[in-house]
Ligand binder design. Structure first.
Ligand SMILES: [Zn+2]
Length: 482
């Protein structure tokens, strides 16, 4: 598939052409037959995976934020390894989580979109972390906090317990600051999720694999940690208030993570924490997520376990798809026992002065048109609209963002010289742009035909997404801003 730029009228045709090939974990399966148990270890350590939705790295104190937003994660980093340059492979919740839970690139696991298209469900043929641990004899449980990681997206595969009861629970009547968005049915606060996870831990036997997903920092700010901050008491502009609320919600989430840590047997547990994406907070004129600037794809990532060196900080570029192979390595599963993954174990980087593995970072953002975020300020409502599909590569210090539909707007940055991505070097460095485009083409990363098992997005699912601030639908397709 060419990366040349189509106009808006031909995008549907191009997508249809791209859909001619099958995808979704149709690459070689692991050495084991699907469903057959991997070489189990007798009594490995338990594993806790925490995903902190919508948490950009630079707002955690262990990543240099001047205020103490994350004391419990800071403590975890002191006990383990913190990756200073970790990147997610998508900034859309289910897509990014699929990468984290499979160790596969988006174009190999096949969950490409949040909604509005097919390819919104992780195919059954993918091997997830939970399926792997389940087959290895672990008890598996997930406690998630919002609809975008619900069973509907296929992320529940392999979990004995998958708790998403907020989808059927009583309406809480929570209403956004705008007075329009009620998310009582579609997400829950970190304290409730933590209560359920702790109740399960009390009953459970080692070893376990538990995934806990927190959603509090996610926009819009409709799950306010009211114990921590009264939004009406915040001073400053509306934008400053939003940023303050964001930090307050990180603080609240971190406190709940601390409750979880307090009840764990830290001598026998591998703990991994990663965000599924960051948040714009006004940077690059973008308040939410869904695109590929640093504030959206550079995320916190920490791994701690008794066997992991304490206080190590890895300065090299790494990927969310590397987290699962790293967890499996730390938990004692050798490479032959692991499922086929695109990521690689980062354990060699735990050594002091380990050389840079020179990883290429691929990320994509394919359903941008689905994003519209109503801010608190009527003057800047719906700033988050940009009809394009983006594919990015980071190789060394260079970051290239390919604009699929308006390729003349593609961007090239030198992250060493320009970490804020304010100087587009694409015009000045055509040879680097050309090389990046060739690399992208070689990846064959555009969407292809989904499996027959694909569940179409129902009206009810679409309604839930709208309740969380995601807006999309066919009516969006006709708008023209060329
Ligand atoms: Zn998310």
């Amino acid at each position: 598939m060419s990366l040349s730029s189509p106009n808006r009228k031909t995008i549907a045709t191009l997508l249809a052409a791209a859909l001619m090939l099958p995808t979704g974990c149709d690459r070689s399966e692991p050495q084991d037959e699907p469903g057959s148990p991997p070489a189990a270890i007798a009594a490995g350590p338990s594993v806790l995976l925490i995903t902190i939705d919508t948490t950009r790295a630079d707002h955690l104190s262990c990543y240099g934020w001047p205020e103490t937003t994350s004391p419990n994660l800071d403590r975890l980093a002191e006990r383990g390894v913190l990756f200073e340059r970790a990147y997610v492979q998508a900034s859309v919740t289910p897509v990014s989580h699929a990468c984290i839970l499979t160790g596969l690139h988006t174009y190999n696991h096949g969950l490409r979109f949040l909604h509005g298209y097919e390819m919104t469900t992780l195919p059954d043929s993918c091997t997830t972390a939970a399926e792997f641990f389940h087959d290895a004899g672990y008890d598996t449980a997930a406690f998630v906090s919002a609809f975008p990681v619900a069973k509907r997206f296929g992320l529940h595969q392999g979990f004995d317990v998958f708790d998403q009861d907020f989808l059927t629970g009583p309406e809480e009547g929570r209403v956004s600051q705008q007075g329009t968005i009620n998310t009582g049915l579609n997400q829950r606060r970190a304290d409730k999720t933590t209560d359920l996870a702790l109740a399960w831990l009390k009953k459970q036997h080692d070893p376990f694999f538990m995934w806990v997903h927190y959603f509090d920092p996610h926009d819009p700010m409709v799950v306010p940690p009211t114990d921590f901050v009264d939004p009406s008491a915040l001073t400053g502009t509306q934008q400053e208030k939003l940023r303050s609320l964001y930090d307050a919600e990180i603080r609240f989430m971190d406190q709940q993570i601390g409750r979880l840590f307090d009840k764990l047997d830290l001598d026998n547990t591998v703990i991994a924490v990663i965000a599924d994406h960051g948040e714009g907070l006004g940077d690059h004129d973008w308040w939410t997520h869904g695109i590929l600037y640093e504030e959206q794809i550079h995320v916190p990532m920490i791994v701690a376990a008794p066997s992991v060196p304490a206080g190590r900080r890895v300065p090299h570029n790494v990927r969310s798809i590397d987290l699962l192979p790293t967890i499996l390595d730390v938990a004692g599963f050798d490479a032959q026992a692991q499922p086929a993954m695109d990521g690689q174990s980062l354990v060699p980087l735990f050594e002091p002065d380990a050389p840079d593995p020179g990883l290429t970072i691929y990320s994509d953002a394919l359903d941008l048109k689905m994003y519209r975020f109503a801010t608190l300020d009527p003057a800047i409502r719906f700033v988050d609209r940009k009809p394009d599909m983006l594919l990015s590569l980071i190789i060394g210090d260079h970051k290239y963002i390919h604009h699929f539909m308006h390729h003349q707007e593609s961007e090239l940055f030198d992250l060493a010289q320009d970490p804020d991505e304010s100087h587009n070097l694409a015009q000045a460095s055509p040879e680097i742009v050309m090389r990046m485009r060739q690399e992208l083409q070689a990846l064959d990363c555009l969407p292809k035909r989904p499996e027959q098992t694909e569940k179409p997005m129902s009206d009810e699912d679409a309604r839930r997404l709208r309740s969380l601030g995601y807006v999309g639908g066919d009516e969006e397709e006709e708008e023209d801003d060329d």
